[in-house]
Design a protein around this ligand. Structure first.
Ligand code: GLV
Length: 306
């Protein structure tokens, strides 16, 4: 049996896979490119996919012996679930284990975007720190602010838990909220943090009109998926001063960053590191490998989403 690992994983989880199958690996830290994946799937029984790897009809049609796609992520927007279902091909994800790490990162971006830490770091390194000034580097207050959490699943709730320590008023919306409820949240929140999965009903959720309806000076945080918000509108509203700041960990065209974002002020840009702490990545690898092993052994497959 052959297992294709989309990229080099943390932890020894792959060792257990190696005990029952040949594992095809790459040392490239960002994993196989699209072309490399396409060239290698033809005779594999299992695929561990990274969130940056698109698992679509074209790839599936080249992988006739595939028995499971184990997505090394909780979001499965990179996988064409309908195409997998049509083939009876199980798909799994890694839920639960990255909740705390992603909530930590959301909070890091909230603090950074509000208090301009990264901006200050750039100033210091560029020799622009001339001394303490009463009007300099003024940011937005985090303690006691109103936080709007869009998407109130595991990660959204974990962000709320942290926000209580900052005496924040917490508003939230879910996929069951009405558009009016979301609009009320956006009008009232000082900080809006996105925690919804990407799917047909959430793509473009934070549209230009919705960001325009936010309070002047409000801050936008996205650690979910890039296409949840309109990046060009975000950049323009930051430049115009309507929005006070933003922190992004995910992008529409990852790893490409829209030039408008690169030019916008008060914007913190992180390289998709929501789940990037050691124990989290180890636990994600364990879950992905457990799903592969179960599938290859013909046992019930844990964490199936299709
Ligand atoms: C990472 O982005 C994930 O969805 O786990």
């Amino acid at each position: 049996m052959r297992v294709l690992s989309g990229g080099p994983l943390v932890s020894g989880a792959l060792e257990r896979v190696r005990a029952i199958a040949e594992v095809i690996e790459t040392d490239d830290p960002i994993g196989w490119s699209r072309e490399e994946l396409l060239a290698r799937v033809s005779d594999v029984d299992a695929l561990i996919a990274l969130p940056s790897q698109r698992i679509d009809e074209e790839l599936l049609s080249r992988a006739p012996s595939l028995r499971v796609v184990a997505n090394h992520a909780v979001g499965v927007d990179n996988v064409d679930l309908a195409a997998c279902r049509a083939r009876g091909l199980p798909v799994t994800n890694t839920p639960g284990v990255l909740t705390e790490a992603t909530a930590d990162l959301a909070f890091a971006l909230i603090l950074d975007a509000c208090r301009r830490v990264s901006e200050g770091d750039r100033d210091v390194r560029a020799g622009r720190f001339r001394g303490w000034g009463p009007r300099l580097h003024l940011g937005r207050r985090v303690y006691g602010a109103t936080l709007g959490i869009v998407g109130f699943g595991r990660i959204g709730r974990a962000v709320a838990e942290r926000a209580r320590g900052f005496a924040m008023e917490i508003l939230h919306s879910t996929s069951r909220s009405t558009p009016q409820e979301l609009d009320t949240l956006l009008r009232r929140a000082d900080i809006v943090s996105l925690h919804a999965p990407l799917n047909d009903s959430t793509r473009g959720l934070l549209s230009r009109a919705r960001m325009e309806s936010m309070k002047p000076g409000a801050v936008v945080i996205n650690t979910a998926r890039g296409p949840l918000l309109d990046e060009v509108a975000l950049a323009e509203l930051l430049t115009a001063g309507h929005l006070g700041g933003a922190g992004l960990d995910v992008y529409e065209g990852e790893p490409r960053i829209h030039p408008a974002l690169l030019a916008a002020p008060h914007l913190v840009l992180a390289p998709h590191i929501g789940s990037a702490d050691e124990p989290t990545r180890a636990a994600m690898a364990e879950l992905a490998c457990a799903s592969v092993i179960a599938a290859l052994r013909g046992e019930a497959i844990p964490n199936r989403v299709a």
